[in-house]
Design a protein around this ligand. Structure first.
Ligand SMILES: *[C@@H]1O[C@H](CO)[C@@H](O)[C@H](O)[C@H]1NC(C)=O
Ligand SMILES: *[C@@H]1O[C@H](CO)[C@@H](O)[C@H](O)[C@H]1NC(C)=O
Ligand SMILES: *[C@@H]1O[C@H](CO)[C@@H](O)[C@H](O)[C@H]1NC(C)=O
Ligand SMILES: *[C@@H]1O[C@H](CO)[C@@H](O)[C@H](O)[C@H]1NC(C)=O
Ligand SMILES: *[C@@H]1O[C@H](CO)[C@@H](O)[C@H](O)[C@H]1NC(C)=O
Ligand SMILES: *[C@@H]1O[C@H](CO)[C@@H](O)[C@H](O)[C@H]1NC(C)=O
Ligand SMILES: *[C@@H]1O[C@H](CO)[C@@H](O)[C@H](O)[C@H]1NC(C)=O
Ligand SMILES: *[C@@H]1O[C@H](CO)[C@@H](O)[C@H](O)[C@H]1NC(C)=O
Ligand SMILES: *[C@@H]1O[C@H](CO)[C@@H](O)[C@H](O)[C@H]1NC(C)=O
Ligand SMILES: *[C@@H]1O[C@H](CO)[C@@H](O)[C@H](O)[C@H]1NC(C)=O
Ligand SMILES: *[C@@H]1O[C@H](CO)[C@@H](O)[C@H](O)[C@H]1NC(C)=O
Length: 610
């Protein structure tokens, strides 16, 4: 009898909880460690994932956070104070208990929670260690240490167990698995924690990241497509077999031709290209909005003889932000002398070869390159003050990939000796090896996104057109691969229409790598909060972004203005009547030549490179 009463009482409590929304009405209630422990899936529920309940900690916390890092670390966002429950808990893979995976979750107050889960991408070889990026959107969010101490280490610090021995578990966890498991776990836990005022236990699930964070975003679309509803992928650093070796191509060109151009000459070539190609889009504003037209109509030779001047300076480069948790390695301090001269035929020869891409010795294309007018930072030599000359500078982005990921040696970069007899065929062999070794992990170019599309997922993909690290054409090539893989039976215009329903690509005029471009200050760039607003609108309200909202932030004459960027394959153009107005940008279907300038076949490889 007593038993019956108790049971009836329990049913009433549960029904009440259903009807009135979350029974855990306050954050303090939600954040009780015992409650949270009970909400963990028991061993065997999520196959292979075993929780260590005694590891769980929970703390009410107030923190000042921005609204995510979608547009990269260099973009500052408005910050606010949020109260949240800081939940940490560890798990292991069943049968592999020697490696503990630590999770951090930031759980918003029940009154703030909008049935959303948010994951922010990291950058370089790092995963994000910040779990608070979703609070601004009423989302719970998380971060994972991937089982190799990723809160404090970047992958290049963990990838080797010893010289010769790769840690495949870390590579796989970094590449896609740790993030997918974290999201799977969160979607299991959140509905029971917050209750639900409808029968649905829907958790709208988002990912936003740029650079390697963009690759991480794509990895989730490709591998865990049924988990995510909305993904924002900026300048994804995917196709790593090719991408990391591309960083070495400028130095290889200079080494092979025996000429190391003064950085100031390269900067002058870039500036002169921007100036000459700026008006081709119909509007003279210091921005090349049409690098495709620049490529076919501008002759770099016209910069020969232009005078340049750069004052002496001491600069420190951090190697493009790779190995972010390891600033010392790969960073270089360079004392540059005053440079005063004129652009030579040899300077232009180097710039032209860099923009053309990577070829085998027999002339077969192995990879594309940065769009013309992009900064040529990877091509800038080092100054040797002992001999007063410009000498080989090997970017550590590419060097560490060869050393650690291909050769499996604990070395941070290639050295002059390793590069002394570099050939194009060596670069291509490295690309081939990287592609084969990491096809399932870092390459991240699987082109069939049916799982994600069929599940109703929406994808916003954007890329700075003047990106000097990951080429804009890399993103275009991937989208073309998705279109032709998923809709091989359709003509290309129809492929575009079908993809447009759930996958939209936006090139950002003048944009640099995950940020606005100081060389083209009037170029707009999409802001993190605005990207999230647009993906949320698409997912939850079915309002698809006709254009992508981007804002001018670098102090150009259009500072503060926002524009709606054209979506691929349409390209920006201004008519002469309204060329003064940045907002009067039209979007046209480019002619065949301009379209084809974005299309590449990589004949150097005997297999498809997606
Ligand atoms: C309150 O939270 C606990 C876990 O913290 C969960 O077990 C319980 O179901 C929640 N109650 C409701 C009805 O949401
Ligand atoms: C789940 O499995 C792990 C080991 O895989 C173990 O340490 C843990 O205690 C188990 N949890 C429970 C609740 O039995
Ligand atoms: C967080 O801020 C709220 C509101 O300002 C305050 O009431 C609460 O005591 C703070 N909690 C902690 C743990 O600092
Ligand atoms: C959350 O708690 C963990 C463990 O106590 C701590 O290391 C971490 O710094 C906390 N995070 C925040 C954002 O307060
Ligand atoms: C790993 O190999 C590199 C290159 O041969 C060498 O410099 C380094 O000392 C080796 N490290 C260890 C721990 O053996
Ligand atoms: C290139 O233009 C930028 C401004 O856009 C300027 O700061 C820089 O000095 C120029 N470089 C050269 C070599 O003229
Ligand atoms: C650029 O100049 C070089 C050297 O004078 C010449 O060989 C080459 O044909 C020229 N290229 C173009 C496109 O004019
Ligand atoms: C650069 O060199 C030219 C020619 O020698 C000279 O006229 C000019 O004053 C120099 N510019 C600077 C800033 O030193
Ligand atoms: C050359 O560079 C070294 C190391 O950066 C520095 O100590 C030295 O003063 C420089 N010499 C000259 C002549 O600038
Ligand atoms: C575009 O983004 C900016 C900056 O985030 C924002 O202020 C503006 O309201 C957005 N415009 C639209 C139309 O959403
Ligand atoms: C540009 O101006 C013309 C003439 O006033 C107008 O017809 C056209 O719609 C404008 N274009 C845009 C993109 O606003």
């Amino acid at each position: 009898m007593l038993f019956l009463v108790a049971q009836t009482f329990l049913v009433i409590v549960l029904v009440r909880a259903r009807l009135t929304g979350a029974a855990n009405a306050t954050l303090a209630e939600l954040c009780k460690a015992d409650n949270l422990r009970n909400a963990l899936p028991t061993n065997g529920t999520l196959l292979g994932i075993n929780f260590l309940p005694e590891s769980l900690t929970a703390q009410l916390t107030n923190t000042s956070v921005g609204s995510g890092t979608a547009a990269g670390p260099s973009v500052s966002v408005a910050s606010n104070i949020y109260s949240f429950c800081n939940l940490t808990v560890n798990y292991v893979h069943a049968g592999a208990e020697d490696r503990t995976i630590r999770l951090r979750f930031a759980l918003p107050a029940p009154s703030e929670y909008k049935s959303r889960f948010y994951v922010g991408g990291g950058g370089g070889y790092s995963l994000s260690s910040d779990a608070t990026g979703g609070l601004a959107y009423g989302a719970a969010s998380g971060a994972t240490d991937a089982g190799y101490d990723a809160f404090d280490k970047s992958l290049d610090q963990a990838v080797l167990l010893a010289n010769g021995t790769l840690d495949w578990d870390s590579v796989r966890m970094f590449s896609y698995q740790a993030l997918g498991e974290m999201t799977l776990i969160a979607k299991q836990i959140l509905p029971s924690l917050y209750g639900s005022d409808t029968d649905s236990s829907k958790v709208w699930t988002y990912f936003s990241g740029c650079s390697d964070g963009g690759r991480q975003a794509m990895s989730q679309v490709q591998r865990w497509g049924d988990l995510y509803d909305g993904v924002v992928a900026g300048a994804p650093a995917f196709r790593q077999g090719q991408q990391q070796i591309l960083h070495l191509n400028p130095a290889a060109i200079e080494q092979q031709r025996g000429y190391f151009p003064p950085p100031c000459a390269l900067q002058k070539i870039v500036n002169a290209t921007i100036e000459a190609c700026d008006p081709l889009d119909g509007r003279t504003d210091g921005v090349i909005s049409r690098t495709d037209l620049c490529m076919s109509r501008f002759n770099l030779n016209s910069t020969v003889g232009k005078a340049y001047y750069c004052a002496a300076e001491t600069s420190t480069s951090l190697g493009f932000g790779f190995g972010r948790r390891q600033l010392a390695a790969g960073s270089q301090t360079n004392s540059l002398p005053e440079q005063n001269g004129t652009v030579t035929v040899d300077d232009v020869m180097i710039a032209r070869a860099v923009y053309e891409g990577v070829f085998t010795s027999s002339g077969k294309r192995a990879y594309l390159s940065w769009q013309i007018g992009s900064d040529l930072g990877d091509a800038e030599p080092t100054y040797d003050n002992a001999t007063s000359s410009w000498v080989l500078n090997i970017p550590s982005t590419g060097g560490v990939f060869v050393r650690k990921f291909l050769e499996r040696l604990e070395l941070d970069n290639l050295d002059d000796e390793a590069f002394a007899s570099i050939t194009n065929d060596q670069l291509v062999a490295w690309m081939d090896k990287g592609t084969r070794e990491y096809y399932d992990t870092l390459q991240t170019t699987w082109p069939d996104l049916s799982t994600f599309a069929n599940h109703g997922g929406k994808l916003i993909h954007y890329h700075g057109e003047s990106d000097n690290s990951v080429p804009a054409a890399s993103s275009v090539h991937y989208r073309q691969s998705v279109a032709s893989s998923m809709h091989a039976d359709l003509a290309s215009a129809q492929q575009e229409e079908r993809l447009d329903e759930w996958y939209r690509l936006f090139l950002v005029p003048g944009g640099a790598h995950c940020s606005a471009n100081s060389l083209q200050p009037n170029g707009p760039f999409p802001q993190a909060a605005s990207l999230m607003q647009q993906i949320i609108d698409w997912v939850e309200r079915d309002i698809a972004p006709a254009g992508l909202n981007a804002t001018v932030t670098q102090g150009g004459s259009d500072e503060g203005k926002s524009v709606s960027l054209c979506r691929w394959p349409y390209r920006p153009v201004w008519s002469s009547e309204n060329a003064t107005d940045i907002n009067a940008m039209g979007c046209e279907m480019p002619d065949t030549e301009a379209r084809e300038s974005w299309t590449y076949a990589f004949e150097a490889f005997g297999y498809a490179v997606y």
